[in-house]
Design a protein around this ligand. Sequence first.
Ligand SMILES: *Cc1c(COP(=O)(O)O)cnc(C)c1O
Length: 394
Amino acid sequence: MEPSQTFTRMNRSYIAEGEGIIRVMRPRLPTAAQLLPYLERIDEARIYSNYGPLVVEFEARLAALFGCGVIANTASSGTAALAGAILAAAGRARPASPFALIPAYTFTATAAAAEMCGYQPYFVDVDAECWMLEPGLLPAHPMIDKVGIVIPVAPYGRPVPQAPWLSFQAGTGIPVVIDDAAASDRLAAEPAPFLGEIPACLSLHATKALGCGEGGAILTTDEGLAAGILRSLNFGFGSERNSICASINGKMSEYHAAIGLAELDGWSEKLARLGAVATCYRRVMEAGGCTDRMVMMPDISAVYALYRARSETEAERICNNLRVAGIEYRLWYGAGLQSNAYFANCRRDALTETEEFAPRLLGLPMSVDLTPADIERIATAVTDATSSAPADHG
Ligand SMILES: *Cc1c(COP(=O)(O)O)cnc(C)c1O
């Protein structure tokens, strides 16, 4: 069978309804009771959007949470956060520099945000170990003279360090915006190497570690850039009602800020639960001799439990076992952006590493209330496929 056919079958999001199914992700956001005090403040103030008191408070709490002197701008989604940062850092694409360099291994939103700002996504291969762009290689990239923006991505929340990208920016004059969409918990745990002048864009989607349903944030220490991002997300308005730059409506509403504030109230508890689930995963996988194949917090965000299969054949066997056992899984970034129908015709480099590891990187279930019994079931499905099978040489 062609590897691509194998992959398509593996990646099919499958399991229907049924008893005992373990979902790949079951987000939990604040309850109605936890939201109520914040919603009552909205009723009282009768301000529903446009940087009302809850958004202002949420932004202040985010800035304090991450520290490092960052200014926090909120946005209506992680994608809007990226678009606002791209517009403020680089403006819309110009004919002389139409390309946005993007890692092939990411969620589609990275490329969608670049396109929103007029750029043509150009896919670059990533490092096989950390799944990130290699900043040192890019100044010599054959397309570099036509590049208007570079968007490194924090894959599964493994955060992108500022220093090499500051050097890249200084050396090439090309602006950089970091897609840290899934990295909120990693950045909060260790902010210093990862936050600075280059805007770090977070997603506050329900499935991310810090969630408010739909939302985003941009963190930067550069005051001028932060002011530009605010304008880009608010019709280009500065202090006056006069549009002075390329813009979108990317504002966060007071309702989403209410969820974000309540989420922050219970965040350390949520992270502790996810950490306990990760510890349980490690212990159970250890018994099956598979701990070293797991990638979890603190390397990546606590909402992901990844299994690195040794080969595509092993990955396929594991997926079959999981399906039979009623356990959902997901290849979160698929086989890379180039494998999406819409992005298939984008220009790109040879994507040797991405094509090699992407089909082997399986997203296993993760949620705050995954039980030890659930994890035993998952581990059995995985280890049965790894131990009973003939050795692979992939
Ligand atoms: C979630 C995610 C996004 C998009 O964020 P939204 O809030 O869903 O718009 C972008 N990039 C990456 C890497 C993500 O994981």
